[in-house]
Design a protein around this ligand. Structure first.
Ligand code: HEC
Length: 245
């Protein structure tokens, strides 16, 4: 090999190397990488919560009376597409990986016939008499966190709106569980009184916040006590005298 040939080859190798390094640099310049200052999409209602600081993101269940609407049933039907690989939504539907979810609202957890539940779910059912709205809301956010050891290997639904919608859909499927009365917190500041009796004899305004109170309201579905005939009861129970006297 002559010196000249060697030089030519060496030169070519060098040039190639330079070109590669140069291209890398160049692409860094041309395709400058910038972090977006804001996420490209926003989710209704969620931003307000995080605006108050990380701690404000307490995921309290919504006012069920306000979200169990026909529109949400429709929206929830779409969200429920995430479930159909494992769950039937038909009355007497088959067990796929999980049980049929027809009528699951108000059902005792871990009791669908023909379903081989995890020990975790059976224990959960032992401790909780039924899938009420709040329990479903917590479970569907993060099944493994809510019921550690569950066989439901589904990541969960982060969006509060989507979760509420899917629960509205579940509620539309043969559930007889009464819808909890509108949350007093929403109406209470109006003071006067019409809102207060809605808790059905449970005096505290925080009544609906605790699952126990919710169960109390639901415990007597036959009597229909919680909602009606409270005008009079409310008047006697509430110490506040009517404003006009
Ligand atoms: C990967 C499969 C899978 C997906 C996806 C899935 N599930 Fe499940 N689900 C299961 C299994 C398995 C169980 C039984 C859990 C156990 O025994 O621990 C279950 C249990 C449940 C239960 C409790 C039922 C009962 O009888 O106590 C509810 C409620 C439920 N799933 C709702 C949903 C909803 C709503 C979705 C969609 C948003 C969903 N699941 C998506 C597999 C799944």
């Amino acid at each position: 090999m002559s010196d000249l040939t060697f030089n030519k080859i060496a030169g070519a190798v060098l040039a190639t190397g330079l070109a590669i390094v140069g291209l890398g640099e160049l692409s860094n310049i041309v395709f400058k990488h910038e972090e977006p200052a804001k996420a490209g999409y926003k989710i209704e209602g969620v931003e307000e919560a995080s605006a108050g600081g990380e701690t404000a993101v307490a995921d309290t269940p919504p006012d069920w009376a306000a979200v169990l609407t026909p529109a949400n049933v429709e929206a929830g039907k779409a969200v429920a597409q995430k479930c159909v690989s494992c769950h039937s939504f038909d009355a007497n539907g088959p067990v796929i990986q999980g049980p049929s979810l027809y009528g699951v609202v108000g059902r005792d957890p871990g009791t669908h016939p023909g379903m081989a539940y995890s020990e975790a779910m059976k224990a959960f059912g032992g401790a909780n008499k039924m899938w009420d709205y709040d329990h479903l809301y917590a479970f569907l956010k993060s099944p493994q966190k809510d019921v550690p050891g569950t066989k439901m290997t589904f990541v969960g639904i982060k969006s509060p709106e989507d979760r509420a919608a899917v629960i509205a859909y579940l509620h539309s499927l043969g559930s007889t569980l009464p819808i909890p009365p509108p949350r007093p917190a929403a109406a209470a500041p109006a003071a006067a009184g019409p809102a207060a009796p809605a808790t059905g004899g449970v005096p505290g305004p925080a009544a609906t916040a605790s699952p126990g109170a919710a169960a109390q309201g639901q415990a007597a579905p036959g009597t229909g006590a919680p909602t009606t005939n409270t005008q009079g009861a409310g008047a006697t129970a509430a110490p506040a005298p009517p404003a006009k006297k």
